[in-house]
Design a protein around this ligand. Structure first.
Ligand code: F6P
Length: 320
């Protein structure tokens, strides 16, 4: 391939810039023309792209967000939008695209590939919800951000002998909630994968720890479950503990990427451009057992998620 594009799509994630850099530099170095497509798939529809060179990606490795900006583009799901995107690719001679994003972005990559523009997906989302990959770019930074915020919340919760019910992002995946819950020593963790009778479960856990002398409580709830304010009220009424709630929100998505995210993004971006260099498309670059490998994009999208219920069990056994 002589001309390729790179875009970031869906929610931004720390480390996306490192991935862009790792696509652009090796691409340019081997003589490819590399276009940065702005605002995800919308940039293809609106003909909003820029040619990048090795210096265009200087000083971005440490920055959160994405220099190419991002969007969730509904128009791209329709035939007319798709056709406009293909026309833009033809106009610039784009023969392959690296798509950095989540599952929804990969579905877009699959659809473009089906119409003759081979794409390579790179998993970039804080949610860690891409079934084919053990790890997604941005997850580690986000997990650490949550942990740091909750450590601060703990100071005040402890001082006031209160309970704080904390809503964590993650789309429909409980990984951020579960693992941050372990890291902060939460009394209860509620995730969508294992969530029967939430109120009963949380109240039982709090009451049990009260009996052992515990006076302050952190309850981590995945965003898909919702109702954190109501849950806090219920806890206050049923457990006799003053309770508050907080939705951590978009602060979880920002910030300078961790070393793990910078390194993983760099390796994944590099692998993606290597595939395009060899004329290989329709793949997703993923992490499996600590190795960077690639899978067929259709196969990857059809994989089924396995829930690690053992980790959930351990989390609760050690947080009493
Ligand atoms: O996919 C990343 C994510 O932050 C999810 O955790 C969350 O559900 C969603 O994006 C929020 O989307 P938006 O920024 O469009 O509100």
């Amino acid at each position: 391939m002589k001309t390729i594009g790179v875009l970031t799509s869906g929610g931004d994630a720390p480390g996306m810039n490192a991935a862009i850099r790792a696509v652009v530099r090796p691409g340019c170095e081997c003589g490819m023309k590399v276009y940065g497509i702005n605002n995800g798939y919308r940039g293809l529809i609106e003909d909003d792209l820029q040619e990048l060179n090795i210096r265009s990606v200087s000083d971005i490795i440490h920055r959160g967000g994405t220099m190419l900006h991002t969007a969730r583009c509904l128009e791209f799901k329709e035939e007319e939008g798709m056709q406009k995107a293909i026309d833009t690719c033809k106009k610039y001679g784009i023969e392959g695209i690296v798509v950095i994003g989540g599952d929804g972005s990969f579905r877009g990559a699959r659809d473009l590939s089906l119409r003759g523009i081979p794409c390579i997906g790179v998993p970039g989302t804080i949610d860690n919800d891409i079934v084919s990959s053990d790890y997604t770019i941005g997850y580690d930074t986000c997990l650490n951000t949550i942990m740091q915020m909750v450590d601060r919340i703990r100071d005040t919760v402890e001082s006031h002998s209160r309970c704080m019910v904390i809503e964590v992002m993650g789309n429909r995946c409980g990984d951020l909630t579960l693992n941050s819950g372990i890291a902060v020593g939460a009394t209860a963790i509620v995730i969508p994968e294992i969530s029967s009778d939430v109120e009963k479960h949380v109240i039982e856990r709090i009451n049990r720890t009260i009996k052992t002398g515990k006076k302050h409580f952190l309850i981590m709830v995945a965003e898909g479950i919702g109702g954190v304010a109501e849950l806090a009220k219920k806890i206050q009424n049923e457990c006799g503990v003053e309770a508050r709630s907080i939705v951590l929100g978009h602060v979880q998505r920002g910030g300078s990427p961790s070393a793990r995210d910078r390194v993983t993004a760099s390796l994944m971006g590099y692998e993606a451009v290597e595939l395009l260099k060899q004329g290989i498309g329709n793949r997703v670059v993923v992490m499996k057992d600590d190795k960077i490998v690639n899978y067929d994009i259709y196969e990857a999208l059809n994989m089924e998620r396995q829930v690690n219920s053992q980790i959930y069990k351990i989390a609760h056994e050690i947080s009493i």
